[in-house]
Ligand binder design. Structure first.
Ligand code: HEC
Length: 92
């Protein structure tokens, strides 16, 4: 949660509906990425420095391995909260 807050992920993303509508909902990203913390880490690790030019995209955050593991576990935890099946589709 500290990694989430310190990097202002919510400035672009929503988490269970709270946040900004610039980027995908992340409350169910763990499920969207095939129940894989490794896939989440790989995505965040592989972002280009300033995002993809000309396209709405995510920048590089230079997170340490420990921060990456922390944010991936936080997003896994978030996906396991009982939200009565909200959001209603896997896209978020
Ligand atoms: C400047 C805006 C911005 C910030 C800040 C941001 N992101 Fe993103 N993020 C995006 C955009 C846009 C996408 C859509 C995919 C892309 O980059 O093309 C995305 C995609 C993602 C995805 C994949 C979602 C999917 O369903 O494909 C994950 C996971 C993610 N971000 C995690 C994070 C985390 C964790 C943080 C904070 C450390 C963060 N983001 C901060 C803009 C942002």
């Amino acid at each position: 949660k500290k990694v989430w807050e310190n990097n202002n992920c919510i400035g672009c993303h929503t988490l269970l509906g709270e946040g900004a509508y610039f980027a995908p909902e992340l409350g169910n990203v763990y499920k969207r990425f095939g129940n894989s913390t490794e896939a989440i880490k790989a995505f965040i690790r592989s972002r280009p420095e300033n995002g993809v030019p000309g396209r709405r995209s995510m920048p590089q955050f230079h997170l340490t391995d420990q921060e990456l593991e922390g944010i991936a576990q936080f997003l896994k935890y978030s996906s396991e909260i009982n939200t009565a099946n909200w959001p209603p589709n896997i896209q978020g």
